[in-house]
Design a protein around this ligand. Structure first.
Ligand code: PT1
Length: 277
């Protein structure tokens, strides 16, 4: 179950932590403090020191209600940070983008994973991803970030999410992206009510059976606010519970803001699983 991320091999049978590095002016939980290159690198260094295997660099906010950003703006935000991290740190650089030009340029600069919340649906995205030779994470979203939380609706959220993901896998594989370069993500909070998110969380092992490693992001999301009544800054305990559940249900990558705390939680699950084998 080894996967190759730009010459770094990771065992996807294990659970890894991905630290979030937003390089947007409106980042939802770091107040957009990390926009200069030095500040971003400092934060990246902490993420790595705290035990993250991946850093997810994102120049476009995709949280509910966010506006799209131009290709040039996205390139200008993301590329210098990817280049600096590749030069300075030992970590897999994930690029949170749906933009073919960003795939090409960041792959050249040392990125190791294309994390596409639009599952390669933008024009030219499949071809660009194929060209890079990098693994891709295909995520489910209903609607677009601008309107996805207006009125999410499903007959069966599990069937529709897994059906969509398998359609996107088919498109990717038909274009020539090999199956050992694909991860899947149910897209918690992307066009889903609390009930939809909870169904997906409860049924995560049924996405596992599709045969591709799972990446999940629940950190500080509003579903945890709805459950606990807590503001975004007070959602660490709920985020750790969500990460622990995900690790127990077999997720390979957990995308989080709070790296050191999540690494500890995942270590407990891994230690238990190794003892029980
Ligand atoms: C995710 C994810 C992501 N989430 C992947 N990439 C975000 N692969 C960005 C809320 O409800 O889950 N998987 N990239 C952030 N998106 C959101 C969505 C942030 C919803 C907050 C919410 O609060």
């Amino acid at each position: 179950m080894l996967m190759n991320f730009a010459d770094r091999e990771l065992d996807m049978a294990r659970c890894h932590v991905m630290g979030i590095l937003n390089v947007t002016p409106d980042s939802f939980s770091d107040g957009g403090r990390f926009n200069s290159l030095d500040a971003a690198l400092l934060r990246a260094g902490k993420i790595v020191a705290q035990g993250a295997a991946f850093i997810d660099v994102g120049g476009e906010s995709t949280r509910p209600g966010a506006d799209p950003v131009s290709v040039q703006e996205e390139l200008d935000r993301v590329c210098p940070v990817v280049e600096a991290i590749a030069r300075e740190l030992d970590v897999v650089i994930s690029v949170d983008s749906s933009t073919p030009e960003v795939f090409r340029e960041t792959a050249r600069l040392g990125a190791g994973l294309l994390n596409d919340v639009r599952a390669l649906q933008r024009d030219g995205a499949v071809a660009a991803a194929l060209e890079t030779g990098l693994p891709v994470c295909l995520m489910h979203m209903q609607g677009q970030p601008e309107d996805m939380q207006v009125q999410p609706s499903y007959q069966s959220v599990l069937r529709e999410v897994s059906g969509f993901l398998m359609d996107r896998v088919r498109v990717a594989e038909q274009a020539g992206i090999p199956s050992d370069r694909i991860l899947l993500d149910p897209g918690f909070g992307f066009g889903k009510t609390l009930a939809h998110n909870l169904k997906l969380l409860a049924a995560m092992e049924r996405l596992q059976v599709l045969g591709y490693p799972l990446l999940v992001g629940l950190s500080r999301k509003s579903m945890l606010g709805h459950i606990t009544g807590r503001e975004v800054s007070e959602r660490l305990p709920a985020s750790l519970a969500a990460a622990t559940i995900s690790a127990l249900k077999g997720a390979s990558v957990i995308r989080v803001h709070d790296v050191s705390e999540t690494v500890d939680a995942v270590k407990v699950v891994s230690a238990m699983e190794e003892a029980g084998q």
